[in-house]
Design a protein around this ligand. Structure first.
Ligand SMILES: [Zn+2]
Length: 313
C-alpha cells in the first residue's frame, strides 16, 4: 500500500507516524540525539522510517522542525543545534523520489489541530500553544499561512510589557512567552508570593500547582492567573484584530488548566477586542502531542496533490 509519514522533531523526542490516508497506522518515539550539532538526527529518522515502512511504498514525508522554515530550509533550530539547514534536500538524499514537506513544528501542530481536532470545520483558525514557551499557527481560507520568513506562528514573541522587565530567550524583552507560558507564570508567582500568606511558600512553584491552587481559592495563585490572563487576552485581541479568525484554540501543557483558564481568557478578551471581533469562538486543543505528526502527514499529502495537479496542467 501507499503510505505517508508525519514526523515531529522536538528538542527531547522525535515522534514518527505512519499514515494510510488520514489514518495513523503506527507511531514510534525516539530520543533526539543532539550531539555533533544534531548531525545524526535525520539519519536516525531515516532508519526508523525504513523499518516502519515494511512492504509499503512511501508517497511523502512531512517533517516538523522547531524553527522558522522557508522553502524546505530551516533558518535555525537552536533546540537541535542546527543553524540554517536544507532539511528537504538532506532528508531527500535518504529517500530519492519521495515528496518531502518541511514545516515549522508549531505550524504543523496547528494544521493537525485544525484538520482533525477542535479546529475541524472552520476555514480560519489560530492555535496558541502554552507550554514551556509559546508557539502557534494560523490557518486562513483553509491554508496554513507560513509568512515571508516562515515566522507567522511566532506569536510567543509579541511584546506585552514596556519596561524591559523580563528578558526572553529570543534576546528581546517582555515577550508574552515570559508572562503566559509555564515559565512565565512561575516567574510571576515567585515575585507575588514574597512576604504573602500562600500555599506557594510551602510547595514547589509550578504552573500546575499555581492553577490547581487558584481553583481552590488561594489568593496569590488567583492573582498570578489574572496577571497571565490579562497579558494573554491583550495579545489575542491584537492578533484577532489583524487576522479575524473564526476560532482561537489554546493548547500546550498550561491549557490543561481547562475551562478555568479558557473562561477567564475569553471573558477578558471580549472586553479588550475590537467590537466586530468580540464574538470570536474559543476552544481547547484536543489532539495533544499527536497534533504535529498529523499536521505533517496532512501537509505532505497536500503537497503531493499540488504536484500532481500542476503536472496535469
Ligand atoms: Zn521572545
Amino acid at each position: 500500500m501507499e503510505c505517508v509519514f508525519g514526523i515531529d522533531i522536538g528538542g527531547t523526542n522525535i515522534k514518527i507516524g505512519k499514515f494510510y490516508g488520514d489514518e495513523l497506522a503506527e507511531s514510534r518515539r525516539i530520543k533526539t540525539d543532539k550531539s555533533d550539532v544534531g548531525a545524526n538526527i535525520l539519519g536516525d529518522v531515516a532508519r526508523v522510517v525504513r523499518e516502519m515502512r515494511g512492504g509499503d511504498e512511501i508517497a511523502g514525508i512531512g517533517i516538523g522542525v522547531p524553527g522558522p522554515v522557508v522553502g524546505g530550509v530551516v533558518l535555525g533550530a537552536q533546540n537541535l543545534g542546527w543553524k540554517e539547514f536544507n532539511v528537504e534536500e538532506e532528508l531527500g538524499k535518504f529517500f530519492p523520489g519521495v515528496v518531502i514537506r518541511v514545516l515549522n513544528d508549531a505550524n504543523a501542530a496547528a494544521v493537525g489541530e485544525w484538520a482533525y481536532g477542535s479546529g475541524a470545520g472552520f476555514s480560519s483558525f489560530i492555535l496558541m500553544t502554552l507550554g514551556t514557551g509559546i508557539g502557534g499557527g494560523l490557518i486562513v481560507d483553509n491554508e496554513l499561512v507560513e509568512g515571508a520568513s516562515g515566522s507567522t506562528g511566532e506569536i510567543g514573541h509579541i511584546r506585552v510589557g514596556y519596561h524591559n522587565d523580563r528578558l526572553c530567550t529570543c534576546g528581546l524583552y517582555d515577550c508574552i512567552e515570559q508572562y503566559a507560558s509555564a515559565t512565565g507564570v512561575v516567574i510571576t508567582a515567585n515575585r507575588l508570593r514574597v512576604g504573602r500568606e500562600t500555599i506557594l511558600n510551602e510547595i514547589e512553584v509550578t504552573a500546575k500547582n499555581i492553577f490547581d491552587h487558584a481553583k481552590l481559592g488561594d489568593e496569590v495563585c488567583l492573582e498570578v492567573v489574572n496577571h497571565m490572563v490579562e497579558k494573554l487576552a491583550s495579545a489575542l485581541a491584537a492578533i484577532t484584530n489583524t487576522v479575524n479568525p473564526e476560532v482561537i484554540v489554546l493548547g500546550g501543557g498550561v491549557s490543561k488548566a481547562g475551562k478555568f483558564l479558557l473562561d477567564r481568557v475569553e471573558k477578558r478578551f471580549r472586553e479588550l477586542a475590537f467590537f466586530s471581533v468580540r464574538n470570536t469562538k474559543f476552544a481547547l486543543a484536543e489532539m495533544g502531542n499527536a497534533a504535529g505528526m498529523y499536521g505533517c502527514a496532512y501537509e505532505a499529502r497536500k503537497k503531493i496533490c499540488k504536484l500532481k495537479d500542476s503536472a496535469l496542467n
